[in-house]
Design a protein around this ligand. Structure first.
Ligand SMILES: NC(=O)C1=CN([C@@H]2O[C@H](COP(=O)(O)OP(=O)(O)OC[C@H]3O[C@@H](n4cnc5c(N)ncnc54)[C@H](O)[C@@H]3O)[C@@H](O)[C@H]2O)C=CC1
Ligand SMILES: O=C(O)[C@@H]1CCC=N1
Length: 269
């Protein structure tokens, strides 16, 4: 990786910078930042010891990769005009903006420019979590992969699947956090202390995933092993079946996918 310039230095850009530095994909001297909030630039420069002394137009001119980290509702047209004024036509644009298509990015940043559309996962600090990635025809993937892989596992996708991936995979850790919170509360409601309930939930979650991996069985087969006839587990599951659990979860994902597509129309939130 050579020079990398971030336009929009918000939460996600910071998470990417932290992970990419930690895994050695970029060094502090290779990173430059732009944001309409000067305080944000100062904070990140200080926090990640960014040393470049280039001003905004110099940083754009020097950049080999330009990460667009603004929100779908922000002035992407204005950002693109500004970038195209100073950046080399060969500089690769890496958009992390939910919902914004390669076609739209091509219209904004130039149809012959290498453009990557990626949707990173917020599990950047952990080494877990997939980023969905799609390249336009001008991208040379090899030199870019170490950077992309520094903040998540890479799932190369057809572009038609990226909005689905955003609503399902990237927003998806929400459901895990929410499930953990709700299940821990159930343990506390039943009489365990919060630390006791929390330990049990974490262990069951990690153990459940390990069981699925090691056994190769379907979740329903493992549930069958966990439930004796007329026993404790099946009685609990009966009650869960009377709730809206599965359909509620599935509707949530469908709504998140729909919202991703809505955002690509850049309607104000
Ligand atoms: N937070 C998340 O979970 C994920 C977010 N994304 C995408 O990443 C992008 C950023 O999201 P966050 O970091 O959460 O948002 P954020 O609001 O923390 O960051 C956006 C940054 O862009 C700056 N900005 C706005 N307009 C600008 C302009 N014209 N020029 C320069 N900077 C400008 C803002 O001051 C802010 O610092 C969004 O497009 C979002 O769809 C993608 C995957 C996950
Ligand atoms: O909520 C959002 O808009 C971002 C994109 C997917 C997950 N977080």
């Amino acid at each position: 990786m050579s020079q990398i310039h971030f336009v929009g230095a918000g939460q996600m850009a910071e998470a990417i910078i932290r992970a990419a530095q930690k895994r050695g994909a970029v060094s502090a001297s290779q990173i430059t930042l732009a944001d309409i909030d000067d305080g944000r630039i100062a904070t990140l420069r200080d926090r990640y010891q960014l040393t470049s002394a280039l001003n905004d137009s110099e940083a754009l001119a020097a950049a080999d990769y330009i990460v667009i980290g603004v929100r779908p509702q922000d002035d992407i047209d204005g950002v693109a005009r500004h970038i195209c004024q100073y950046a080399s036509p060969q500089a690769t644009v890496i958009s992390i903006i939910a919902g914004v298509t390669l076609e739209r990015l091509g219209a904004q940043f130039g149809t012959t420019r290498p453009i990557v559309r990626t949707i990173p996962n917020t599990l950047t600090d952990t080494g877990f979590g997939y980023s969905g990635v799609v390249f336009n025809a001008h991208v040379k993937p090899e030199p870019l992969m170490p950077f992309l892989e520094s903040f998540g596992k890479v799932m190369l996708l057809e572009e038609r699947l990226i909005d689905i991936f955003t609503g399902f995979a990237v927003a998806g850790v929400n459901y895990v956090y929410y499930f953990i919170e709700s299940l821990t509360d159930a343990g506390v409601l039943s009489g365990l202390s919060r630390p006791q309930a929390s330990k049990v939930v974490w262990e069951n979650l990690i153990g459940g995933v390990e069981m699925l991996k090691t056994s190769g069985l379907h979740p329903r087969q493992l549930m069958d092993i966990n439930n004796s006839p007329a026993g404790v587990g099946i009685n609990g599951l009966y009650e869960l079946n009377n709730s809206d659990f599965a359909a509620g979860l599935q509707r949530s994902v469908m709504t998140a996918v729909r919202r991703t597509t809505e955002l690509s129309g850049s309607k104000p939130a």
